[in-house]
Design a binder for this molecule. Structure first.
Ligand code: NAD
Length: 411
């Protein structure tokens, strides 16, 4: 049943595929439907660029790509390993507010430089991976974009629509200068999703009528006090909460197949946590564990049809379970990543039968990111896609707080 690291939402079992050659992207099904552009609001003037970066040209598409990693916790190791596996990538610098953590990380991955701040890191690197808690992503992404550094940001892009719009604006400008910006929706390595999107795009299940999807985890319900660093996921102050943490992956997978969402309704619950001695455990580092633990998100798709998406940290007995069922007028599609990343069950109403398709493996986001830099052409999921998903997360949280349906802002 388990296919994930107990302290992570990354598909660690899938990381093994990184060594496999990427499929021919031209021959593969369309990766994504086009994302909606989002309206942006006025923002404060950008901070000054670092002196050394201001006139620096973007790195050549060939030659060693110097990578800097910001945040050196659990997920950063997956970034380090994945970048190290790719030819022509060199880990150059790392940064963490916890200097001891950064030192240990630098030594583990033989990274020559430990940066004292983001300016120091950016000065030495061509590309930056942002792997800090969600609420801190925006400052690092904006610093990278404004200094012409390629950036791969962890999911979700930010923890608020205000920050997402600031990124959207900086991204539009940086993209024009050739900067690659992507978000690590890591389940893009699931060929099943791409194949399902292609089948639906080809009209093989007709008009979409109903979608059910789940992302279930149980590991953060079992124990709280010893969970240490993982506890930021349970605090609103760090951008935590199951809607953001797991919901972003599920919304990315579902809308990649079903297309954009028109409106969202959501209900959530926050459950009591218990310390090792059995007493209530309500705060970590002085901030309450007040984020959503479980959510039921109902969506209406722009093209019609309804969806019910469930995300929970309280799915006891589940380590990392993702499944989606798409029902249309002519058939149905099902993928279950707990079972396989490379299988889609396809029901054709015409033949009244299920069959199983086995699409070939899809590249990871790290592979896409590096290839995009080499090609000088951004791939999905890009930062605009990150902003789109953020608009869904924001709407779900807003609905959970105020009640009722939330229309998605027109782009
Ligand atoms: N794509 C995936 O499947 C996946 C899986 C796990 C985590 N993530 C994402 O990765 C990010 C990090 O998660 P994690 O599990 O590694 O968390 P973590 O708590 O293990 O590590 C976070 C690290 O960031 C450091 N940090 C915090 N604030 C910082 C700041 N302002 N400047 C520099 N360093 C700072 C912390 O000291 C810590 O070392 C999150 O955005 C999370 O959602 C993604």
């Amino acid at each position: 049943m388990a296919n994930g690291h107990p302290h992570d939402d990354a598909p660690f079992s899938a990381l093994g595929r990184i060594g496999t050659p990427p499929p021919d992207l031209d021959a593969a099904p369309p990766q994504m439907r086009p994302t909606r552009p989002l309206a942006t609001s006025p923002e404060p003037p950008p901070p000054p660029e670092t002196e050394s970066a201001r006139h620096r040209a973007l790195p050549p598409a060939r030659g060693d790509l110097r990578i800097g990693i910001i945040g050196t916790g659990g997920m950063a190791a997956a970034h380090a390993e994945n970048f190290q596996r790719q030819t022509g990538c060199r880990l150059e610098s790392c940064l963490d507010i916890d200097a001891a953590a950064a030192k240990a990380f630098a030594s583990r991955f033989a990274i020559p430089h430990q940066a004292k701040d983001v300016t120091d890191l950016i000065r030495r690197c061509d590309a930056v991976a942002v792997v800090t808690p969600d609420a801190t992503h925006a400052e690092f992404v904006l610093a990278a974009l404004r200094n012409n550094r390629h950036v791969l940001c962890e999911k979700p892009l930010t923890s608020s629509m205000v920050d997402a719009k600031r990124i959207a604006r900086a991204w539009r400008e940086a993209k024009g200068r050739g900067v690659i910006g992507m978000v690590n929706f890591s389940y893009r390595c699931a060929a099943a999703m791409h194949h399902a999107a292609w089948l639906h795009g080809e009209g093989r299940i007709g008009q979409l009528r109903h979608v059910t999807a789940q992302y279930f985890q149980g590991w953060l319900s079992e124990t709280h006090e010893p969970a240490g660093g993982a506890l930021w996921r349970l605090r609103r102050a760090s951008g935590g909460g199951v809607i953001a943490d797991l919901g972003c992956h599920l919304l990315d997978l579902v809308t990649a197949v079903a297309g954009p969402v028109r409106r969202i309704h959501c209900i959530t619950s926050n459950f009591p946590k218990v310390a090792r001695d059995g007493k209530p455990f309500t705060a970590w580092q002085g901030k309450p564990l007040d984020a959503d633990d479980s959510a039921v998100i109902t969506v209406e798709f722009a093209a019609g049809g309804l969806g019910v998406l469930q995300v929970s940290r309280w799915a006891t007995g589940r380590q990392n379970t993702i499944r989606a069922d798409f029902h249309g007028t002519r058939g149905a599609l099902v993928f279950d990543l707990d079972h396989s990343y490379d299988q889609v069950h396809h029901h054709e109403a015409e033949h009244k039968a299920w069959r199983t398709d086995h699409p070939s493996a899809a590249p990871s986001t790290w592979q896409r990111f590096v290839q995009a830099i080499r090609d000088g052409r951004c791939d999905q999921p890009d930062l605009a896609r990150g902003v789109e998903i953020q608009s869904y997360l924001d709407a779900a949280m807003h609905s959970a707080e105020k009640g009722g349906w939330i229309e998605i802002e027109a782009g």
